[in-house]
Design a protein around this ligand. Structure first.
Ligand SMILES: NC(=O)c1ccc[n+]([C@@H]2O[C@H](COP(=O)([O-])OP(=O)(O)OC[C@H]3O[C@@H](n4cnc5c(N)ncnc54)[C@H](OP(=O)(O)O)[C@@H]3O)[C@@H](O)[C@H]2O)c1
Length: 309
């Protein structure tokens, strides 16, 4: 038996008041499963939305398991799984990743290359596959001029890189502090805020063909509606604006699922080679998950927040 320390929400509310720690005996992995000793856990906005009840507050789901992505080392292998104890892996998407050890189906386990450290591996796939889904849905190709709202963000920075790789000219928004970071990713940087439309038009070398929104503000969507038709806007965040005719992607449709699954091998390979730039903003001990989620909910530094068991 392996003992796992897990972080759960015992109620819906602010992370500092509702998160708790439990110790559990993990059973041996069942057929088709492995046990992973977790080395790093990716923290995502969806974790905070679930804790605070923004995604529903069904009391029957408490205590709420948290987290969808982790990296670690296999410590036990169930029947029918072609892996070895000691293999370094990424577990994604697995509900309950805020844990020191977990059992997961082999279909959720991905080889972690030695060149990709555990922290970056743990924070790669949720944002990476969301970005890849958005770029595929927008059908970005060579010669396009694409506006990316939130090009400095965890998802948006991957969107920028994938769109540039596809041969598009990319204009991307971010705070003034992140303009040189956006340039370094190969995009033309623009600050968000009042006057955004004028700055985007001034920066664009031609007609903007599509938008990928990784922010979700009315400012972002209204600016893009002034540039082209609603069906050229793909958003991962503006769920209140579906009535405008924009395309919303959240991994629930068959097309979205297919885009995401197809993207995983390339995301891992390009992150390992260094071609795909991903950053770590900060790390916290697993026991400080509430502090990590509180940081994520504020104006946090650029990059992923990671928990270390
Ligand atoms: N649909 C899906 O499948 C899916 C998956 C993952 C995430 N999401 C959602 O996507 C969004 C982004 O997630 P993330 O992890 O990339 O977050 P993040 O790393 O915090 O990035 C946020 C981005 O928004 C920018 N920003 C902040 N305040 C802004 C404002 N007032 N106006 C315009 N831009 C602003 C930030 O720029 P600066 O940092 O430069 O200020 C940054 O580029 C979240 O809403 C998240 O819930 C959706």
């Amino acid at each position: 038996m392996t003992t796992s320390t897990r972080i759960v929400a015992t109620a819906y509310g602010e992370p500092t008041t509702v998160l708790g720690q439990v110790e559990e005996e993990l059973p041996p992995p069942g057929p088709g499963q492995v046990t992973v000793q977790v080395q790093a856990v990716g923290v995502n906005p969806i974790d905070l939305a679930r804790v605070t009840g923004r995604m529903g507050a069904d009391e029957s789901k408490l205590p709420l398991a948290l987290g969808f992505e982790a990296s670690g080392v296999i410590t036990a292998v169930g029947d029918g799984v072609d892996r070895e104890v000691g293999d370094e892996v990424i577990a994604y998407s697995v509900l309950g990743a805020y844990a020191s050890a977990l059992n997961a189906d082999d279909s959720k386990i991905h080889d972690k290359p030695a060149d990709l450290d555990f922290e970056r591996a743990a924070g790669l796939l949720l944002v990476g596959e969301t970005a890849a889904d958005a770029v595929a849905t927008a059908n970005v190709s060579a010669g396009d001029i694409v506006l990316v709202h939130g090009g400095s963000g965890a998802v948006g920075s991957v969107v920028v890189q994938l769109a540039v790789k596809a041969g598009a000219t990319v204009i991307a928004t971010g705070s003034s502090a992140n303009q040189s970071f956006i340039s370094g990713l190969g995009a033309l940087p623009v600050t968000y805020g009042p006057g955004l439309l004028d700055r985007v038009v001034a920066a664009a070398p031609g007609v903007i063909t599509s938008t990928i929104d990784a922010v979700g503000t009315d400012e972002a969507i209204d600016t893009s509606l002034s540039l082209h038709s609603a069906d050229k806007i793909v958003s991962i965040a503006a769920f209140g604006r579906g009535g405008d005719g924009i395309k919303l992607v959240d991994g629930s449709s068959a097309e979205s699922k297919a885009h995401r699954a197809q993207a995983i091998p390339d995301l891992i390979a390009s992150a390992a080679s260094g071609e795909l730039v991903t950053e770590i903003a900060s790390t916290y001990p697993l026991a400080d998950a509430a502090k990590a989620l509180t940081e994520l909910g504020g104006s946090h530094p650029r990059g992923k927040i990671i928990l270390i068991p």
